[in-house]
Design a protein around this ligand. Sequence first.
Ligand code: SF4
Length: 323
Amino acid sequence: MREILSLGRYFQARFGARVRKIPISLQGFTCPNIDGTLAKGGCIYCKNESFSPSLIKIQNLPATITMRKNLAQNPLLQAQLSQLEEQFLWHAEFNERKFGVQKFMVYFQSYTNTYAPISTLQALYDKALSFEGVVGMSIGTRIDCVDEAVLDLLGGYVKKGYEIWLEYGIQSVYEKTLTLINRAHSVPISSAKALFAATRARGIKVCAHLIYGLPGESEEMMLHSLESTLGFGVDGLKLHPLYVMRDTQLARMYEAGRYEPIDLESYVELIVKSLRAIPESIVLHRISSGAHSGDLLAPKWCFDKNIQMRLLRERLLEEGMVY
Ligand code: SF4
């Protein structure tokens, strides 16, 4: 029986204890695919509040101020630092009280978390790593928003003994699909190979995200995206189904009958095939996804992550794999 290296198992082996990722959403962070730098409107499925319901607006600060690399001054910084502290302490206290967890990874989750002046990033990351029990950070970003300065900054934390993961959204390796979903990368997807190598050369771990069920993609294409992404060189993967949130471009396609979500059985079989192809040393950060929010339109099975996980675990057991 093969034991899949889930993130929980990886953390247990690495730190000798349970580690919880604490999601952080900071006002002012955005994405070059939303603010007009590369495109407007974002990816057709993007609704950041759906994966960050805790996104808290800072009182009395104009919503028009947003992060950019070249922002001369960041008037939100003090408020962002307070917001970071408030969110971290709330989640840490909850996890310690309810589950007895005492080690944490700070997870900068919403939007593109390396898309800000380097001084802002350093101030936020320094603060995140200063909290009691924090063993590292996970930072969600895009392949066109990480430069040498960011890598050097993060590599410095690795040298101090912290565990640092960069979570890069790949989603698909097909440029046609990426255009269709308005991913608007300013670099070709193939450039991920060199970027991942530069990231890993500094001891920073790479987790690549892939979405199954993107419009127009066959199972063969999805498995090819997986194979290519493994070829880029990764330490971890996050696999999840595409789901439709209200008030997105994808919702309009779905309502017009131009998009059909992947069904549960197909998704489960795809995960089984994927796990057969993924080397045992790769950390599986996630193989399912769901949204409890009333904003979820389809597929209905994404309302309940527990059902997905039960089915996935049962099916994987049949294949000699324990998740
Ligand atoms: S890259 Fe991420 S944050 Fe930016 S538009 Fe796409 S899903 Fe949203």
